[in-house]
Design a binder for this molecule. Sequence first.
Ligand SMILES: NC(=O)c1ccc[n+]([C@@H]2O[C@H](COP(=O)([O-])OP(=O)(O)OC[C@H]3O[C@@H](n4cnc5c(N)ncnc54)[C@H](O)[C@@H]3O)[C@@H](O)[C@H]2O)c1
Length: 598
Amino acid sequence: MPVPSPPLLEPARWRGALLYVSLAGMSRPTFFADRSETMPDLPDPAPGSVPSPIGSPPGIIVLVGLMGAGKTTIGRRLAARLGLDFIDADHEIERAAGCTIAEIFARHGEPAFRDGERRVIQRLLQGGPKVLATGGGAFIDAQTRKLVKTHARSIWLRCPLPILVRRVSGRTGRPLLDKGNVETTLAALQAQRHPIYAEADIIVDCGDDSVDHGAQRIVEALDSYAHPLKVPVTLESHHYEVLIGSDLISRAGSYLAPILPQKRVVIVTDETVAALHLPRLLSSLEETGFDAEPFVVPVGEESKSLTRYAALINDILDHGMERRTAIIGLGGGVVGDLSGFVAASVLRGVPFVQIPTTLLSQVDSSVGGKTGLNARAGKNLVGAFYQPQIVLADSSALATLTRRERVAGYAEIVKAGLIADPALFAWCEAHGADILDGDPAALAEAVHRACQFKARVVMEDEKETAAQDGRALLNLGHSFGHALEAHFRYDGRLLHGEAVSIGLHLAASLSVRLGYCPEHDLHRLDRHLRGLSMPAGLDWFDETLSASELIRSMARDKKVQDGRLSFVLMQGIGRAFTTRDVEMDTVRDVLVEAGCSA
Ligand SMILES: NC(=O)c1ccc[n+]([C@@H]2O[C@H](COP(=O)([O-])OP(=O)(O)OC[C@H]3O[C@@H](n4cnc5c(N)ncnc54)[C@H](O)[C@@H]3O)[C@@H](O)[C@H]2O)c1
């Protein structure tokens, strides 16, 4: 049985509450407790961060929704089921003010009421676990909403209009309903408030069901709800988070609404992803009140061409775009690179959101702000560093990937381990097969670990300006990989991640030949890649490649400085470094030994 809650107001607060009567003539009365005296501020989340409750389960559960949705009746039953205190915020407000809510409205108006309501809710959020039912307008107040989302799990009890009308008709003391026809008023409130309630962490539909059923549904929703994992990316002038979790696309609107400057977005996606994942993104955005316009580009590397970019940016401008309108990239690395550069350049830069849907883009390309297009002279030669406002890495999106695409993404995870995270490499040896089989838990953990790694590197060297090592380490295997991709002309015969996988083997071979890396680490890498049937050498191809052609390609790489190419080599697993001190003849020897013609 829940323990009856003690009085929630200290004597000083009661004094504050009593002030209400004597200050009734003031325009913004301080009829609630003086916050500075009795209530320390709760800490604010860092700018750009998505609020997340600090309480671990069951924590504080806050019920939101329109009047009549059952917040009090179901909330009371829920609290009993969970063994928690139940508190009705409206009752607390009335106690604090010493009069009814209708009287507060009548004497001071709604803004003053919301002010006091926020302070009472803030105080209640400082206590221990409980179920807190809030008044219908509480969550609509942006500051109160932020507090609730930061310190509690919010649940919207969504209820059809006719049921609400039936329940509240005849009730008195509801200031917003006293003004006219109940149905018209509730319908207007519904239109205005539903998009904001939809920002709650959990949505539970409750209609004419019994109170027990309503409480049961909330318990089930709480059981299956997990807050997304977060990887913070803190840069000199920007902070954002990578959220990793299941079904984030279906809740995208609730993550974007608090951080985007405008409820208007443009979505860039490709044909495959549009068919698979765009509908749930659109419905989540619509539910939270966003106006969203999708632009669908063809699948594949060709969409990173200057021609496609020009067409897309013109289409977007024709549609109409303001500087506060965000661009969302929904798709793999191609869509991420293209949409990121569009966001960086249209109107000299608009807010950008990454929703990566391939393993490669979740573990690598969506984090760190590199955007890029291909030019005639080579890949990713046009681009900008442009950081997103948030990255939503939805693990459930990976379920529709082919094994080949998972292999391609997995190569970038192995790369992270080889660069500077031997524990990640060892974890890959234990779990690689699960990842390639599409095991959701293994995928989510891999994405989390790889994003943490990439964020660390990017935070230390955002724009790849370090004289040595730094962000350039992320290019391990890429000089070889890009040359291989160029040979196969980006037409789908060789995926970027497949090229990286072979590139890792070649970079390790070069490191061994130059005496930096023990041979057994090369064997360990090869054993791992080949054990998973991954590309691990030039024997992957049916044809013999030319070392001269690959070296010519490498010489066009943007990592060439004063005619010398920067290589990333390894001193062993987890110990990569950059160097310009590599003779191209040695590179040629390694390529020939690996199976190339001279
Ligand atoms: N900006 C960076 O830091 C960075 C880093 C690494 C790679 N990249 C770039 O990323 C690109 C490669 O990315 P990629 O491998 O994601 O390729 P991609 O974007 O072409 O996606 C691969 C394929 O998977 C499909 N797809 C995407 N999501 C899917 C899903 N959930 N289910 C089913 N199919 C899905 C796509 O339609 C496409 O056919 C390259 O252009 C590379 O240069 C950029």
